[in-house]
Ligand binder design. Structure first.
Ligand SMILES: NC(=O)c1ccc[n+]([C@@H]2O[C@H](COP(=O)([O-])OP(=O)(O)OC[C@H]3O[C@@H](n4cnc5c(N)ncnc54)[C@H](OP(=O)(O)O)[C@@H]3O)[C@@H](O)[C@H]2O)c1
Length: 320
């Protein structure tokens, strides 16, 4: 089994999104990238554009022509999982992409899933990722699945909305007691993990969790972001989860773009720790402390630059 040669052509989905856009910015010189787009929103980036849709099998067949590996980042996120077609973008879309890869003899297939496939009580988003993972694992491709925890960084749509509120609000709502933990990871380290997975044949056949170094209770998550944003006058108002649930249900229908829905409430409030052993041993990545991830995110956000114009600021620690 060969490691991915940077001279080969990489087919990338999700290039117009938060993670895929950042991957292009950081790695367009290292890999020859062909990016799947539905519109023309990637114009100006130094990648080859292939127009198509994950739900259109024929478009994928022509878009993947001449490629040697697939990096499948695109699909629904929890805020979109309630909108029509989002579930299928991940399930049917992944199956279509596997079929296109097989048709062209493309062997290497990296799929970005989510850590929430490991959580109990799955909603539509987690179910769509689980179904897509099963299709990837059943395929005869040389696959790697990556499961990120919450990703922070400039350009994250939901986090951006949250930071706008946290920068100036006097009272900040927190769901429940805020003691539930996660291990947020910076987007640059997710991108480094994707590049490493591509280049390391040892990652084939593995599902690898991606997370930050520190276990962070949500109260601490909010406190550190508020402090970095200069909002020292804020007060946290704890709202019982049973009260937020019905509101989230209504919001998901009335204003799906707010990104509030019952599954998202569950994902945010699911306390968990993440096993980083494969991330370290196979991908050779040592994640940065949470404080550093907050600093990078807020600095870039306050400067108000678009993700595409940012120079890479963080050198991911690669283990020897
Ligand atoms: N952000 C997080 O905290 C987080 C955590 C864990 C896992 N993940 C996973 O990481 C991946 C990237 O997340 P993200 O935050 O970058 O998401 P994002 O900003 O919402 O981007 C989603 C991307 O998927 C594309 N897409 C959606 N449906 C499509 C379709 N039918 N055909 C073609 N492209 C389609 C979108 O294209 P358009 O621009 O055309 O809509 C966009 O480029 C996702 O798979 C997500 O589930 C994210």
């Amino acid at each position: 089994m060969e490691a991915f040669d940077p001279m080969n052509r990489l087919f990338l989905t999700g290039g117009t999104g938060f993670v895929g856009g950042r991957f292009i910015d950081r790695y367009h010189r290292r890999f020859g990238i062909t990016a799947l787009v539905r519109g023309d929103s990637l114009s100006g980036k130094r990648v080859r554009i292939a127009t198509g849709d994950l739900l259109d099998a024929d478009s994928l067949l022509s878009a993947t022509t001449g490629c040697d590996a697939v990096l499948h980042i695109g699909g629904a996120t929890p805020n979109r999982a309630y909108a029509a077609g989002s579930f299928n973008a991940t399930t049917v879309g992944t199956r279509n992409l596997i079929a296109a890869a097989r048709a062209h003899g493309i062997r290497r297939f990296i799929f970005v899933s989510s850590l929430c496939v490991l959580f109990p009580g799955k909603g539509p988003y987690a179910r769509s990722k689980t179904e897509a993972e099963e299709a990837v694992m059943r395929s005869d491709l040389e696959w790697t699945i990556l499961r990120p925890d919450t990703i922070v960084g400039h350009g994250a749509k939901d986090l951006g909305r949250t930071l706008r509120l946290w920068k100036s609000a006097r009272y900040i709502p927190i769901i429940g007691d805020g003691a539930y933990t996660s291990q947020p990871i910076h987007v640059d380290e997710v991108c480094a993990a994707l590049a490493s997975a591509l280049e390391t044949s040892a990652s084939v056949g593995l599902a690898i969790s991606l997370a930050g170094k520190d276990l962070v209770p949500f109260n601490e998550f909010a406190r550190r972001f508020c402090r970095a944003l200069g909002n020292n006058r804020r007060r946290f108002v704890h709202i019982p989860k049973w009260f937020v649930y019905p509101l989230a249900g209504i919001a998901s229908f009335v204003h799906p773009q707010w990104g509030l829905n019952p599954e998202r409430v569950n994902i945010i409030t699911e306390p968990h720790t993440v096993d980083l052993s494969l991330m370290r041993a196979v991908l050779r990545i040592e994640p940065m402390p949470f404080e550093e991830a907050v600093r990078l995110t807020v600095n870039q956000w306050l400067r108000g630059k678009t993700a595409s114009s940012e120079p890479p600021e963080h050198r991911t620690a690669i283990l020897p």
